[in-house]
Design a protein around this ligand. Structure first.
Ligand SMILES: Nc1ncnc2c1ncn2[C@@H]1O[C@H](COP(=O)(O)OP(=O)(O)OP(=O)(O)O)[C@@H](O)[C@H]1O
Ligand SMILES: Nc1ccn([C@@H]2O[C@H](COP(=O)(O)O)[C@@H](O)[C@H]2O)c(=O)n1
Length: 231
């Protein structure tokens, strides 16, 4: 370079999608931390808007009522993989969005096109501002939010493996009930009309059923590095 400055690496955009409990959050956070990238949990954003609607007494069985207030909540995501944050109207909702109530209602809210349009706009703007690049995880990142991502991964795992992982997290949770709840949410997310949970045609599918978390992280880091070096 004429001025002697090192060329700035092009930001890398990684999209990680898949059903619930396949390891998207754990993998994305670790990959982003290892590679010095930003990290965005898009499920947390849908949970945050759901939390706001529950708190404001919106009838979630009425898509018109949900659509009418889709733009009201001010949702802010912090994208440091070492300490991701999420606030609604300035309130830290990181714990509040993980309740059973929000989990059971989020699919109804995320199916509303006006909600998706608003959250998708936030996601694209965060991705565009990530200087070194970003790992974005969700359900429609590779298909809809960032269709030009440099690398798309679709994580899968058997319902049994996913339920066992979740039961381990929610101490004492019933394995069968956990499995049924996961399947119910995936079915709702896959069957909605607007940007359903789906694998992009050009995504690399990684079945994590028999893999440890460390193996999945290593696999994704290798895929990102291969993309970066053009292998
Ligand atoms: N390959 C793996 N082997 C064993 N446990 C795993 C593996 N991947 C993730 N886990 C564990 O499974 C649980 C769910 O993982 P995680 O939250 O990353 O999944 P997710 O796909 O983001 O789920 P959701 O979409 O519901 O948010 C966590 O406790 C995590 O530590
Ligand atoms: N890109 C996305 C991400 C998430 N959703 C919806 O949010 C729910 C919660 O997601 P978690 O990853 O936190 O489990 C999920 O069930 C979807 O309804 C989405 O629609 N699109």
């Amino acid at each position: 370079m004429e001025n002697g400055a090192a060329p700035t690496a092009k930001p890398v955009i990684v999209a990680i999608d898949g059903p619930s409990g396949t390891g998207k959050s754990s993998t994305s956070k670790a990959v982003a931390a290892q590679l010095g990238l930003s990290y965005l949990d898009t499920g947390a954003q849908y949970r945050a808007i759901t939390w706001w609607m529950v708190n404001n007494g919106i009838d979630l069985t009425d898509p018109t009522a949900v659509a009418a207030v889709a733009g009201k909540a001010d949702i802010v995501s912090g994208t440091d993989p070492a300490a991701p944050t999420i606030t609604v109207d300035g309130v830290d909702v990181a714990a509040a969005i993980r309740t059973q109530e929000v989990t059971s209602k989020v699919s109804a809210v995320s199916a509303v096109p006006e909600v998706r349009a608003r959250i998708t706009e936030l996601q694209r703007s965060l991705a565009a501002r990530a200087e070194r690049g970003i790992v974005v995880e969700g359900r429609d990142i590779g298909t809809t939010v960032l269709p030009d991502a440099d690398l798309k991964i679709f994580l899968t795992a058997s319902p049994e493996a996913r339920a066992a992982r979740r039961s381990g997290e929610l101490k004492g949770a019933d394995l069968h009930a956990t499995r049924e709840a996961l399947i119910k949410r995936d079915t709702a997310d896959s069957s909605r009309k607007t940007s359903p949970l789906a694998k992009a045609d050009d995504a690399v599918e990684v079945d994590t059923t028999e893999l440890t978390l460390a193996q999945v992280i290593e696999c994704v880091v290798t895929l990102v590095e291969e993309k970066r070096t053009g292998k």
